[in-house]
Design a protein around this ligand. Structure first.
Ligand code: SF4
Length: 244
């Protein structure tokens, strides 16, 4: 239950808007941001950890004042620093779809002033809207869901709102790839018997390749293994050499 909506104490509000930092395989130490009410999403994925009570909608709305969310994040950031904890990324990763927030652009602008790179994890279903793409372009790192490239598997796995069209979403993702100049990642969940046929796997691979995400590993001339990750020295997402 979201403390903000039920008018509880301000510390509870901060907790509802910001959490962590927690260790993240892709983002180092990540401080999470909750910018929408729990379980509000455009999809109702079969594997969703939020359970069946997801409220499925495509209507973007103003949920919380972005200034209050950013203030809660700043408070959490200060508390982490005071405890000697580093934060590599501020990550907008609510229990639902973050682009449903009409104020996402303003929120990202405010979060970027906190001096830590900002990431957003989205299912990408609203990327066909110009204003959603423009807002996400403010982030330093964006992850898009790529569970399916075909209509049947998409409906079986992601169970989208009836107003959504896969072709429109795929065009939106392609347009975002051209607009977005920072680090793009994708994530795919394979579900037994739903999107794991050879044909669908090939189609997903083509989709991911077309989005040109940062690869997780790459050969390095020095002979060392390289891995995409957060570089504390450069304070940015980049190649990170790991010991042989
Ligand atoms: S997109 Fe994410 S939050 Fe939404 S239903 Fe799927 S797994 Fe759950």
């Amino acid at each position: 239950m979201c403390a903000y909506r039920h008018g509880q104490a301000s510390s509870r509000v901060s907790e509802a808007f910001a959490f962590g930092p927690v260790p993240s395989r892709r983002l180092g130490r990540s401080l999470g941001v909750n910018n929408i009410p729990p379980k509000a999403c455009t999809y109702s994925c079969v594997y969703c950890q939020l359970g069946k009570a997801v409220s499925v909608s495509t209507q973007r709305r103003a949920f919380y004042p972005p200034e209050e969310v950013a203030a809660a994040v700043q408070e959490r950031l200060r508390a982490a620093y005071a405890q000697g904890q580093g934060v590599d990324y501020i990550t907008v990763v609510p229990d639902g779809e973050p682009t449903l927030d009409l104020h996402l652009g303003r929120l990202l602008t405010l979060l970027k002033r906190l001096g830590v790179p900002v990431a957003v994890i989205t299912n990408g279903s609203l990327l066909w809207q110009d204003e959603v793409r423009s807002a996400l372009c403010l982030a330093d790192w964006v992850s898009l869901k790529a569970d399916a490239a075909g209509e049947g598997p998409w409906r079986r796995v992601d169970r989208p709102h009836r107003a959504l069209r896969l072709s429109q979403i795929l065009r939106g993702m392609a347009a975002f790839r051209e607009q977005f100049g920072a680090f793009l990642a994708t994530e795919t969940m394979l579900v037994w018997g739903a999107n794991d046929s050879a044909k669908e796997l090939e189609a997903i691979a083509d989709l991911v390749a077309s989005l040109r995400p940062i690869p997780l590993t790459s050969p390095c001339p020095s002979g060392r293994r390289r891995r995409a990750g957060y570089c504390r020295q450069r304070r940015a997402h980049c190649w990170r050499c790991t010991p042989r």
